[in-house]
Structures are given as structure tokens and as C-alpha cells.
Design a protein around this ligand. Sequence first.
Ligand code: FES
Length: 148
Amino acid sequence: MEEIKEILKRYPDRRGALLPTLYIMQREYGWLSQEALQAAADALNLPPATVKGVATFYAMYRHKPMGRHLIQLCTNVACMIMGAERLVDLLKERYGLEPGGTTEDGRFSLVIMECIGACDRAPAMLVDTDFHADLNEQNLFEILEQYK
Ligand code: FES
């Protein structure tokens, strides 16, 4: 709540602080449950329907529990040409991880992304907030094994 109070100082009205407030809620709780959405509405004194409408509009907000680490793998054109779809297959083979799903042990969740702005280093992904590029069948798992 202290962080949200600081953010509120930067905006002319409470509505402007909604996106960063939702980001904080998601960072702290891992996803935006009904309770988290209500807490955001209470903190900003906004109607819950407004908060839910904004939270469900943007793809960056999660509405179900996720794994400890979120893999956001791009499969758009440049990444697809450079083998991203094979990487998706490998994630399924190694971890049983499907797009939109979470591993049974709760270690990873996978979200397929549109372009993440790293086409010159395709295929690319984010793991949590870490950027990884020039992925291939070898380094994909070397990278992911760093996330326990
Ligand atoms: S298409 Fe994958 S980063 Fe641009």
C-alpha cells in the first residue's frame, strides 16, 4: 500500500494510477484474483467494475494462478522462422508444458507472445522479467534450468 500511495502522487487522478497498481498487485500475489481486484478498487477508490474492465482488457494481467516462473515465448513471424515452434514442442516434451498452462510442479507457466521487439535475435523469450534471445534447442534448457 505504501508503494501505491507513492504512485498516486505521480498522477493527476486515481484512475491514472490503475495500471501500475494492478502491476503491483500481480507482482505481489502472482495473479489478479477477485480479492486483488477488490483491493485495487479500494486502494484507488474506483468502482470494482472499472478495475475489472481494465484488468481484463490488457493481456499482461493474469487471472489465474501461475507457476513460480513465467515463460513468455514469442512465436511471431521472425521467431517462428527461426524455430520458435520447435521450442514450444520441446517445452511440452521436457516439462509437459503447454501454451497457457503450468507445469505439474508449479515451476513454470507458458504464455505465447506476439513480437517482443527482438526480431533480430529471434527466437526470443522473457522468463519473469529476464530477456533471453538467440534461443535454440540447446540453450533453451540451459537457461530454464537456472530457474528453480
Ligand atoms: S517476432 Fe519474435 S521478437 Fe519479433
